[in-house]
Design a protein around this ligand. Structure first.
Ligand code: NAP
Length: 269
């Protein structure tokens, strides 16, 4: 185990699955103590026990929270502080999407997703950043996406939340540029996690095309975070997709993404 991070603590939201679980493995392997946050307490406990045992971590803390609730970030922060834990690295990873035409999707569900993807990230960042500023040290990783760069019809709200996250991260990174606190936005493409299934989008071209593996995405994010990069697009094809969409009019980028968000057998003229 690397000793340089021993005694440091990372808080990871959405650590029960997908990228979050892979982040937990990477941080644990480098000696970080863990604060793991999600709704699935048992999955977090199991992961926490395994990683603590494997890497002889001094401290693993499990926090059960539904981060789509407005009061959750303050409750998570209070619980962490009451346990006497200082968070050196904050990973705002928990997120969700919903598939469908905006005119027909459920508003309450969408408002919860907006709360989870945007407000919770902002709120947790606000709280933990105050402590990082007192120490003039810290690292923050926010989960953006390739759809931060382009509209994504049929997952319109989701893509809009991820555009927000990229803008928020890059603005904040600049504000903090003269400190020892860094902010990194990780932009993955379609990946092999529970995300599409949970969003009701498992039938789409995007979900059935080439997928990145969560361990590769997490490693890209981890390296970028550790070296203080502001933005990382994970995967060569995703970099190409973002570059190509930047060269297109937004209407063409939207049409392209709509095709990705439709079923393989959708009729095309
Ligand atoms: N997979 C992709 O294609 C892709 C691409 C780009 C960006 N992303 C982003 O990557 C991040 C991680 O997604 P993933 O692909 O790893 O998805 P995932 O496998 O579905 O995992 C999502 C994680 O977020 C947690 N979560 C969801 N809703 C929550 C809530 N209300 N309260 C607390 N925790 C909640 C889940 O835990 P519980 O269910 O236990 O609460 C789970 O640990 C998200 O921000 C997503 O938008 C994903």
């Amino acid at each position: 185990m690397k000793q340089e991070h021993r005694g440091k603590t990372v808080l990871i939201t959405g650590a029960s699955n997908g990228f979050g679980m892979e982040f937990a493995k990477l941080f644990a392997a480098d000696g970080f103590n863990l604060v793991l946050v999600a709704r699935s307490t048992e999955r977090l406990r199991q992961l926490g026990y395994e990683l603590q045992d494997e890497h002889q971590l001094a401290h693993v803390c499990i926090v059960t929270a539904d981060l789509s609730k407005p009061e959750a970030p303050q409750e998570v922060y209070d619980q962490v502080k009451q346990s006497g834990i200082e968070v050196d690295v904050l990973v705002n990873n928990a997120g969700a999407g919903v598939y469908g035409e905006f005119a027909e999707t459920d508003l309450e569900n969408e408002l919860g997703i907006m709360q989870l993807n945007m407000n919770t990230t902002v709120h947790l960042t606000k709280l933990f950043l105050q402590d990082m500023r007192l120490r003039n040290e810290g690292k923050i990783l926010n989960l953006a996406s390739v759809v931060s760069f382009m509209p994504s019809p049929l997952m319109t709200i989701y893509a809009a939340t991820k555009a927000f996250i990229l803008s928020f991260s890059e603005g904040l990174a600049n504000e903090l540029k003269d400190t020892n606190i860094t902010v990194t936005a990780l932009c993955p493409g379609a990946s092999n996690t529970m995300f599409f299934l949970r969003a009701g989008a498992a039938h789409t071209r995007a979900a059935n095309g080439p997928l990145s593996e969560p361990e590769d995405v997490a490693l890209d994010g981890y390296k970028a975070l550790m070296s203080g990069e502001t933005r990382i697009i994970s995967g060569l094809m995703n970099k190409v997709q973002v570059e190509a969409s930047n060269l297109m009019p937004d209407t063409a980028a939207a049409a392209n993404m709509r095709r990705m968000m439709e079923e393989e057998n959708t009729y095309e003229e």
